[in-house]
Structures are given as C-alpha cells and as structure tokens.
Design a protein around this ligand. Structure first.
Ligand SMILES: Cc1ncc(COP(=O)(O)O)c(C=O)c1O
Length: 391
C-alpha cells in the first residue's frame, strides 16, 4: 500500500493508492495440489479412474446433488446437459447477459434460442421477462448463476412447473453457492460447472455436471463416452468428453480448500458491499434474496450521469492507482456476430438491461488471498477516482 494519502490521481502524477497493483485473481497450484497430481503421474493411471470418481462423489455432495459427472470442461458439461434434456428444434429461453457458452451450446444442440433480459441489481436472468417470452413451443429455460450469484431459483422453478419446462443452470462461476440454504446442485434438471484455470475451483481445463435424476445422469454418461454400455458396444452416438485422473486429483485437492476460500471471498464481498454503498455514482451487486453467492466476480456499476469521465477513463485511472479491473462482459450476446441469426429470429429484439449492463459494469479484484487492507485499499481507490471525476 502507498504510505502517503493523496487526492491527486496517480494518472495525473499523484501517489497511487497501491505501490504494486493488487492481483485481480488468485490462480495456480499449492504444493498439496502438485503432490496430488504427482501421485497420479507416478501411478501411470492417467485416464478417468478413482480420482475422477471421488471428485464426482464429493463435488456432488458439496453441491447437494445426487449425481456428478466429471468432464473435459464447462462447455462439454453444457453439451452433456443440453444433449440429455433437449431435442433439436426445441425453443429455449436464455439470457443475453451471460458468457457465450451458455447460449452457443444451445445453438450447437439445435435449439431455437429466445433471449431474455436480466435484472439491473443482481445481473441475473429476470423471471418476469422469462415469463413474457414463454410460448407454447418453449421447452426449457437455460440460465446462468452469473458471477457466482444464484438466480431467483424459486421464481424459475415456479415457471418451469407451471409450463412444464426443463431447467438447466450454468453454474460455471458458482461452485458452492447456496440458495435458501441448499447447494445449487439441489435444483433444476441439470447444473453445469467449469473448472477452467481462473474459476473458483480451477484445474486448468475441466468441468462437472450434476443432476438429481438417475436417467438424466445415465444419458449424460452415455453422451460423455461414445454411448458405450459395454466394451465396444455403443448404444447411441456420443462423444469423448471425459476428464483425466490428473485433473481429477487436482480437483479433489482443490475441493478440500474451496469452502474456506469461498468464505474468504464472502468476507471480502462484505467489505466491498459496505464501502461501495457509500460511494455515489458507483453501485454494487445486490444478490438474489435467499442466495449466498460464491463471488467468482464482484461486479460494480458505473453511472455515466454522475461523472465527468467515461467508464473507460474511470477504469484507466483506477488501474493507475493499482486496482486492475475487467469487463465481464464487454458485449450483450445480442451484439455477438455469431448470434446475429438469433436476434433476427427474435424479431430484432435486444433485451435492454443486457445492453445497459455491457456499457456500465466493471469487475474489481476478489479472491481468497485478498487481505482486509487490500480490500479497503480497492475501495479507497474507487472513492478517490470517483471524487476526482464526480460532476
Ligand atoms: C458462465 C460460463 N459458462 C460456461 C463456461 C465454459 O466453461 P469452460 O471454459 O470450462 O468450457 C464459462 C467459462 O468461462 C462460463 O463462465
């Protein structure tokens, strides 16, 4: 941390809040993770075996789900879930405000996507807008627990029940998040997770899909491994989306540390909540009622009407104070060239909140290694820049 407090922005030659930038995320392996991987390397059992099986069991239990299937990554997890639950041509409602894979894998499954909007405070899919978009052809809702904040599961499950729809939750960013006191694996037809290197549980590449329905678990298992029911007997066409035991061992080792790391993310979020509430023109994420987020990302909003600078200028100044930021995401999915056809099929409609979020959000550092002092320093820097640019 800088020793001398100054109001002159670092971007104008003042002393920065931090001498050295705060790390945006905490990635990498501990000695314990490396030892777990080495044990597998030395055993020579590289394919999916006991480590993957143990990870499936423990991760499903930690998420309050009955069945867990490891797989190659979070994108494959979505493909397994969609493949088991949807038919080509099914109409599926999905948010325009999420990572591309939630929707691109619907396209890959042959689904007809209808974009719904998101809520401005929690950033999660808006159940009221979902309801407006349900037609007699709607077969499923595919929503993300974005940034690790659970969606309004009660509202979505009520819609699903009323209209007889399947629900797939993309929890790539939400390991160990809870809703009404239960793990998010307890809800919906399938829940998918990513273990990409930067995720709360990061194995490099890797993924998981959980379900509480044995027949869905079986079908996803078949899709994961060439539809094979016996050696060289293929009941149906499938893929090779399997994990390997090196990844499984790293995942198991990391899962042991995840509850304490998630608690620390929650403590940092509490510091941010209180401090950011006091900064005019910047707002904080407001989690869905009943949820306890996993805080993969802590995403704030910039009110352009409150400042004399653009969001990009604000973030550049924050960067000079030693606070890195990121835009998750810079575009609504309706603005992705790959989804031009979906917008056309949706009659040119672009959910307005998703567009607004793309222009106003920014993510600040959050991870288990942040100290209270660093978290407060991040808020000091935001306050300093906000004061300098406030109208
Ligand atoms: C919301 C969401 N869904 C899906 C994925 C895809 O996961 P993976 O990168 O493991 O394929 C990600 C990863 O960034 C994600 O954030």
């Amino acid at each position: 941390m800088a020793t001398t407090a100054t109001t002159e922005l670092a971007i104008n030659g003042g002393t920065p809040v931090f001498d050295k930038p705060v790390p945006f995320m905490a990635v990498g392996l501990t000695k314990k993770d490396i030892a777990a991987a080495n044990e597998v390397l030395e055993s020579g059992m590289l394919r999916a075996a006991s480590k993957c099986a143990a990870l499936e069991e423990r991760f499903a239990a930690a998420s309050d789900a009955k069945f867990g299937l490891t797989c190659a990554n979070g994108t494959c997890a979505l493909q397994l879930a969609y493949g088991a639950l949807l038919q080509p041509g099914d109409e599926v409602i999905a948010p325009a405000w999420t990572y591309i894979a939630t929707v691109s894998m619907l396209v890959a499954a042959g689904a007809k996507v209808v974009f719904c909007d998101s809520l401005e405070d929690s950033y999660q899919a808006d159940p009221k807008d979902i309801e407006k978009k349900i037609t007699k052809n709607t077969k499923a809702i595919a929503v993300t627990h974005l940034y690790g904040i659970p969606v309004d599961i009660d509202a979505i499950e009520a819609l699903a029940k009323k209209h007889n729809l399947k629900v797939i939750y993309d929890a790539a960013q939400a390991h160990l998040a809870t809703y009404n006191g239960k793990g998010i694996g307890a809800f919906g037809d399938a829940v998918t997770y990513s273990f990409y290197a930067t995720k709360n549980l990061g194995t490099g590449e890797g993924g998981m899909v959980t379900t509480n329905d044995e027949s869905v678990a079986r079908q996803m298992g078949l899709l994961r491994s060439h539809g094979e029911t016996d050696k060289y007997l293929h009941e149906q066409v499938g893929f090779n989306y399997r994990m390997n035991d090196i990844t499984g061992a790293i995942g198991l080792s990391k899962l042991e540390d995840l509850p304490a790391q998630t608690d620390r993310r929650r403590e940092v979020a509490k510091i941010y909540d209180a401090r950011i509430d006091a900064i005019d023109g910047i707002s904080r994420p407001v989690p869905t009622k009943g949820s306890d987020p996993a805080w993969h990302l802590y995403t704030c909003r910039f009110d352009p009407a409150a400042f004399t600078c653009t969001r990009e200028e604000f973030l550049a100044a924050l960067g000079k104070e030693g606070v890195p930021t990121a835009l998750h995401y810079p575009k609504s999915l309706t603005r992705q060239p790959a989804f031009k056809h979906i917008v056309e099929q949706n009659g040119g409609h672009e959910p307005p909140v998703a567009l607004k979020l793309s222009q106003t959000i920014f993510c600040i550092p959050i991870h288990q290694n942040l100290t209270d002092e660093q978290a407060n320093g991040v808020c000091d820097a935001i306050e300093k820049v906000a004061t300098a640019f406030r109208k």
